[in-house]
Design a protein. Structure first.
Length: 261
């Protein structure tokens, strides 16, 4: 029996998480893709393992992966084998494997697997979003918080520290830190946005995130009842430079705060 798209996404993410766990804490050959943008041998090995699952289960689909695997197809899987590589390099156990399936630019399925918490976040367009952990599955739902003062927020900074995107996130961080219960910067875009879907964070603002970092989480937030837009308040697209994700009830106020610069 063939697997559904969400089952393929789950199988590939779990395979990637297993590879991350196997390489975690071991000496790595670390290369620089930019001044602070890292890639390791485990990134590439994990990508190969995820791609193997996709090639076996969906040979007709295209692939666009962070570490260079690319092929055309009627639909496209976007893959980040290790989201949070800097954490991985420093043996900080907060990173994951994530991927999503795009059909004509629309996200239709996605999964994110955290090897250190045994958590699998997944979503399918129009069907909902779920968290699997410890053999149990529960439906995801965004938080019901309506007040910044009671909220926890998370931000993601771009690698380019000289650009307008970095200044915008730094300003947003400062404002959120002064008006909310807590603001975090964790180093994993995929987990940050999945946690919004799970109701752990009330909102997330990121600049510089690529489609493979956040596509799965964007679908999770939407299916969990939250809101998504780009940093200007427009419709998020695969080429957007960042996004705002929220529980919906705080979305307009969060967007206004970001636009203040």
């Amino acid at each position: 029996m063939s697997l559904s798209d969400i089952e393929v996404a789950a199988a590939a993410a779990k395979a990637g998480a297993k590879a991350i766990h196997a390489g975690f804490g071991n000496p790595q050959q670390v290369e620089l893709k930019g001044p602070v943008d890292l890639v390791t041998e485990t990134d590439r090995a994990t990508e190969a393992i995820v791609i193997e699952v996709l090639e076996r289960e969906r040979p007709q689909d295209g692939i666009r992966a962070e570490e260079g695997t690319e092929r055309s197809g009627s639909r496209t899987w976007v893959v980040d084998p290790i989201d949070g590589t800097t954490n991985f390099v420093h043996a900080v156990p907060h990173c994951c494997s994530t991927l999503a399936l795009l059909d004509e630019g629309e996200i239709i399925a996605g999964a994110t697997a955290n090897p250190f918490t045994d958590e699998l976040f997944l979503a399918a367009r129009g069907e909902g979003a779920w968290l699997e952990s410890g053999g149990l599955r529960r439906k995801l739902s965004v938080s019901k918080n309506t007040e910044f003062v009671n909220g926890m927020f998370v931000t993601g900074f771009p690698y380019n520290r000289e650009g307008a995107g970095y200044r915008r996130i730094a300003s947003t961080w400062d404002k959120l830190s002064s008006i909310s219960r807590a603001t975090r910067r964790t180093g994993s875009a995929a987990l940050d946005i999945a946690y919004v879907a799970a109701g752990r964070y009330d909102g997330y603002v990121v600049s510089g995130a690529k489609v493979w970092d956040i596509a799965a989480g964007i679908l999770m937030v939407v299916e969990a009842g939250g809101c998504i837009c780009d940093l200007a308040g427009g419709v998020w697209g695969v080429d957007s430079a960042g996004c705002i994700a929220s529980n919906g009830m705080l979305h307009d106020s969060l967007l206004e705060l970001v636009l203040e610069g």
